[in-house]
Design a protein around this ligand. Sequence first.
Ligand code: SF4
Length: 231
Amino acid sequence: MRTENVLAVRALLLKRFGRLRFRTEKDAVGELVKTILSQNTSDITSLRAFANLKRRFKDWESLRRSGLPSIRREIKIAGLSNIKAPRIKGALNEIEERRGSLDLGFLEGMSLRDGYSFLRSIKGIGPKTAAIVLLFSFGKPIMPVDTHIFRVMKRLGLIGPKMNREQAQEYLTSVSPEHAIREFHVHLIMLGRQVCAAREPKCQSCNLKALCKYYGDKHGRRRVKDRKKRI
Ligand code: SF4
């Protein structure tokens, strides 16, 4: 039943936001760096920090060899630079040590499970970062779950209240349409940003309300209150 509902949500989002075009991000290491920078900040600031790194270092190898203060300086705008700078440098060092070069191209030929395990085994690479690299750089069918998707899917009642993000990612990967997983991922984020916002979801203008647990519960409670008032 839940799988059917996930597909119904996918269809309604497609109706609302339309088709999107994607190009595969060839620079997988860059995608990894970009995703670490995006943790706990907006796209605008993380993309500015990413652009600063690209301007300052001629390639990822020279970033890897540079000192932490210069990395921190370039990414300060994205916040948490004391955490993100060592996380980026540490991840690049680990890839270099284990693979002999800063190249993630070998992930292309790996199964989704093995590629995911490799990335997750690197210190500082969490479930979302690993999934984003696999999906956007290698077209692997995995659904990265960020804060928006986690919130939207919980409100819709498509993931249980006790599921953590990694469990949600695993579950949504198994029920999302493989051929359209990138589009579905981005549509869900668009809904989370534009309609199903954290503080005040704009339920009245949401075309998913007929399927939504949060909306149904709220609506139901209102009806009960209205009845009580009338009595
Ligand atoms: S009906 Fe409201 S809570 Fe449900 S998905 Fe839409 S905006 Fe979010």
